[in-house]
Design a protein around this ligand. Sequence first.
Ligand code: CO
Ligand code: CO
Length: 332
Amino acid sequence: MASQLPARLTSYAAGGGCACKVPPGELERVLEGLPAGRAGADLLVGVENGDDAAVVRLDGDRAVIATADFFTPVVDDLRDWGRIAAANALSDVYAMGGEPLVAVNLLAWPRDLLDFGLAAEVLAGGAEVAAEAGCHLAGGHSIDDREPKYGLAVTGLGDPAHLLRNDAGQAGLPLTLTKPLGLGILNNRHKTTGEVFPEAVDVMTTLNRDASRAALAAGVACATDVTGFGLLGHLLKLCRASVVDAEIDAAAVPYVAGARESLADGYLPGGSRRNLDWVRPHLDSRVTDDELLLLADAQTSGGLLVVGELPGHPVVGRLVRRAGDGARVAVR
Ligand code: CO
Ligand code: CO
């Protein structure tokens, strides 16, 4: 399909994927002033800890999980972009321990630059992944925009007593990562050179469903997904919410093939650099800056960071008791 485009799809995007997220520090400052959305009564998860989705209790054993995610093209293939954006949006329901029930499309399209008919391929990719997730996909909203953007607003269901919250982490428990990192770096290389990284596309289009179900089955109470703020950013948020510190064993963290070499070759998204700038004051690092950049790399449709052990996935660190006033992450 890419051949029908007047230019490569990623060339229409200024940023890329979750790397086009608003920087975490800026977002926190804006949200600070908001009066609404604090958890209490039936709002089980509100805005206060920056968890993956909002959760509202319906009755004793059911809760509604609501989230939305959309971004600019991260790959040149229209259908793959749709699949990646959908898997990424659905992930926030899985990251809360829920199952997606229904989703609607969010689409922005530069109709004067790109034939609107091409959007069908993006929507088909999204529909393919929603179907795989057993999630209804119906309608949505589209606007004319200078940059193409696509994603989903997803409504899911969970059990209020068995959620995967980011404020439920306990010192002493291991940290497990369910997908390799390096997706932001490889997407940056793809955008710059046009080289395709099939393993990265496979990782980004893989649902976090199985990891979420396995975590719930293992009695896990705390998890988040690793997206635009990188492993270090999402871990820092989890540590703040759970009032713990963390240790990361850098050598245990898995990467998609080519990520390390691509960083050495200079392919680094601006968002990954901003993530490291944001978390650095809270780090105690014994590793190189390159290692920290890899750990802070802005992921698109990344895996779950689970507080507990999951068979088949590497333990990359652990939570430890809060030592001082604010959350600290030690990297060894
Ligand atoms: Co998330
Ligand atoms: Co999200």
